[in-house]
Design a protein around this ligand. Structure first.
Ligand code: KG4
Ligand code: ZN
Length: 331
């Protein structure tokens, strides 16, 4: 089965074609990041309008890259939510209309399920069951994953998501938006021990997180610093260490609680190399294994939606002719 996947939940227009036998056939991504950077955050109305401009050309591009036509598509998957409602509606309308015109089934996919299954796009795929850490700009959650659609929430952030904390800390030091990856890069030149930030909720016997206090600690350190490049690097280093240690400790707790040996890390922050290294070390100590999506599929993309949608369509799921998009949608 060949499935066209469409992602438009935020500021990335992603399209991909996934084949249940042959894997990913082609994909294309257009990022609106440069447009929103000017405003210091995503402007929802501009995001929707840009998805309108880019989506159909990207679909054409993906079909051309795969050397296929619309007749070769057996189903369409799109991100139904959660996300910006206007942006979601663009993907939903295009997906549902094309499915109607091409006479194929359509299925709405949960954006976070897309992230959760993105490691299946790697050569080394995890078997079920596993614990999954979802760390993106909007979510920080730990799940026990027993199979497709069987996700039990073990814990989550009570305030800011990890990516959001990265972005806010980067922004206050003038590193632009979204600055998570830039901050991680700056941390490489940081000296250990110059600053020490709190590890919020690390000793609480649960799998919940809190990152808003950490951002405040970084702000106070920044205000007291000489605001040099070295100060940025030192603060970035201490900040990243605190986030990574907190995430690793909570993953350890989730693995212990569930008895699982496999850990999947997905979402934009799973691109963080320090987090990858520390989780690998922790899993090796426990004789387990950490699985990551290919770097390219850590952040928002159409491939993860095509994959997740393909699994659901193969199970016979599909939606009626209505167009459905949900800004909020618990998984
Ligand atoms: O999954 P994603 O693309 O979008 C959401 O669904 O939120 O994640 C984006 C988030 C942003 O907060 C971004 O700063 C963060 O992932 N991010 C990183 C890195 N690369 C992206 N955070 C830390 N280190 C990175 N290398
Ligand atoms: Zn995402």
């Amino acid at each position: 089965m060949r499935v066209l996947g469409i992602e438009t939940s935020c500021d990335e227009t992603g399209v991909a074609l996934y084949d249940s036998e042959r894997g990913l056939l082609a994909d294309a991504l257009y990022s609106q990041v440069a447009m929103h950077a000017e405003y210091g955050g995503v402007v929802p109305e501009l995001a929707s309008r840009d998805h309108v401009r880019k989506l159909v050309p990207l679909i054409r591009e993906v079909l051309a890259k795969a050397n296929l036509t619309s007749k070769d598509v057996d189903g369409i998957a799109y991100t139904e939510g959660p996300g910006l409602i206007g942006a979601l509606l663009v993907g939903a309308s295009v997906a549902r209309s094309l499915a109607f015109a091409w006479n194929v089934p359509a299925v709405g996919v949960h954006h976070m399920e897309g992230h959760l299954l993105a490691p299946m796009l790697a050569d080394d795929k995890p078997d079920y069951p596993y614990v999954a850490l979802l760390v993106s700009g909007g979510h920080t959650q730990l799940f026990d994953v027993q199979g497709l659609g069987q996700y039990q929430l073990l814990g989550e952030s009570l305030d800011d998501a990890a990516g959001e904390a990265f972005d806010k800390t980067a922004k206050l030091m003038g590193l632009g938006y979204p600055g998570g990856a830039v901050l991680a890069k700056k941390a490489e030149a940081g000296r250990a021990g110059v600053y020490t930030f709190p590890r919020p909720m690390i000793d609480r016997p649960n799998c919940d997180f809190s990152f808003s206090g950490l951002k405040t600690a970084a702000l106070l350190a920044w205000q007291d610093s000489d605001r040099s490049e070295q100060a940025i690097a030192d603060i970035a280093h201490a900040f990243q260490l605190a986030v990574v240690e907190t995430l690793v400790k909570k993953c350890q707790r989730a693995l212990k609680q569930t008895g699982r040996k496999r850990l999947v890390i997905a979402g934009g922050v799973s691109a963080n190399l320090e987090l990858r290294t520390q989780l690998d070390i922790m899993l090796k100590k426990r004789s387990g294994k950490a699985y990551f999506p290919p770097l390219k599929y850590c952040t928002d993309n159409g491939a993860m939606i095509a994959y997740a949608g393909c699994q659901r369509l193969l199970r016979g799921e599909q939606m009626d002719l209505g167009i459905s998009a949900r800004a909020r949608w618990p998984m």
